[in-house]
Design a protein around this ligand. Structure first.
Ligand SMILES: *Cc1c(COP(=O)(O)O)cnc(C)c1O
Length: 389
């Protein structure tokens, strides 16, 4: 039996073990420690942010960011339906509801025109600038653009639409977007109040598990820090609101620092892997389409694969994935849209022609940063055979 080529596995061959040993030797294993501070500085620098707060996961980071910008129980937060469920869960953790919008077929991200159209048709704006959903009367407190596969959305247009409508905060789920840019601007400098990254095990840079919230306004970043550390005032046991225990530990940050030292190398590997697949399937354009790559954004190419244009139904795509799995290739499905998920079936939503046509056609292929070129050639050979069968 051939060994399976994994979808994504971390490369931990840098300073990870050495930094972890330093944590043990120094006894700084918990949520205070030099690696947490160093990791925050590295993430802020890499994302073009003035401040960063390291947290225990991307989901926790999204939750804390939404609370920090003022999302409250009963509010709506606009979220694209084509995302990982964590984006919607973070909204629900606030006691709020996601309002699920369809995405742009060219980017798989929020479509600024669809957002403008939806806000104009379905909301009313009060004298105080508060925007309310016409049908439910709920306040629209925030918009959460998701940078799908690490590709930045058209933030200039999205932020302009939101600001023109009223008082709505913008919190970006940039879980896989560390290292991306849009029109030359780094990912935290695109106009959102806060941007959130994940350092889960399958992301390009990992801490085992972890996340970070970054922003440009020092007061807002300080509020996130306060919220994620039990909202404690000073060294005594005074707390001024209901806070969270969402702090990253020094152990996680030790791994994260070693990973961040290799960010440029990892990004180059991810982009090389994507380009190799895209070239290898270019002559099958009638059957498969590449993942989005609009010129104005430089994404992180977190995942690679193709969109099975030729497939008649989900069963055909599943059969192709199963065939690759049987040949030792870890081909996987992609996110099922949130409006089709049991907890969110009744959430407010727009029509979803793009996400419904797209999600089941997506096949993700092995794209670990350490993927040997000969393994990628094996994947390409098997995928071409399966596509032409
Ligand atoms: C990975 C991911 C998350 C969740 O991050 P965790 O660290 O696993 O909580 C959220 N949103 C998107 C789009 C992701 O890809």
């Amino acid at each position: 039996m051939m060994k399976t080529i994994p979808l994504a596995v971390p490369d931990l061959t840098g300073n990870e073990a050495r930094y972890l040993q330093e944590c043990i030797t120094s006894t700084f294993v918990s949520s205070v420690g030099p690696f947490v501070d160093r990791f925050e500085a590295m993430v802020a620098l890499a994302s073009g942010a003035r401040g960063a707060v390291a947290v225990s996961s991307g989901t926790c980071g999204l939750h804390a960011a939404l609370v920090a910008v003022g999302v409250e129980s009963g509010d709506l937060v606009i979220v694209p339906s084509l995302t990982f469920i964590a984006s919607a869960n973070a909204v629900a953790h606030c006691g709020a509801l996601p309002w699920l919008l369809d995405v742009d077929p060219a980017t798989w991200n929020l479509d600024p025109e669809w957002l403008r159209h939806t806000l104009e048709r379905e909301t009313v704006v009060g004298a105080d600038g508060q925007v309310r959903h016409r049908a439910s009367g709920r306040r629209v407190a925030a918009v959460m653009p998701v940078f799908t596969l690490g590709l930045p959305a058209d933030m200039g247009a999205i932020v302009a639409v939101v600001r023109a409508r009223g008082r709505i905060a913008v919190v970006v789920d940039g879980a896989a977007a560390l290292g991306a840019s849009h029109l030359g601007q780094p990912v935290a400098a695109l106009g959102a109040e806060l941007t959130v990254f994940s350092f889960n095990g399958n992301k390009t840079v990992t801490c085992g598990g972890g996340g970070a919230v970054v922003g440009q306004d020092p007061a807002l970043v300080a509020r996130v820090r306060h919220l994620t550390t039990t909202a404690r005032l000073g060294a005594g046991y005074d707390h001024d609101q209901v806070g969270f225990n969402y702090r990253m530990t020094n152990l996680q940050a030790a791994v994260g620092c070693a990973q961040m030292e290799r960010l440029a190398e990892f990004l180059a590997a991810k982009r090389r892997i994507r380009a190799t697949y895209d070239q290898a399937f270019a002559d099958l354009a009638d059957r498969v389409a590449p993942f989005p790559d609009p010129g104005e954004s430089v994404g992180t190419c977190w995942f690679s694969g193709f969109v099975h244009q030729g497939a008649a139904d989900p069963v055909e795509v599943e059969r192709l994935r199963n065939r690759l799995q049987a040949e030792g290739i870890d081909a996987r499905p992609f996110w099922k849209p949130i409006h089709l998920q049991k907890p969110y079936r009744n959430a407010p939503q727009t029509l979803q022609p793009v996400s419904e046509r797209l999600w089941w056609r997506v096949v993700t292929l092995p794209c670990a940063t350490g993927l040997p070129p000969e393994d990628q050639q094996r994947v390409i050979f098997a995928a071409r055979q399966a596509l032409q069968a």
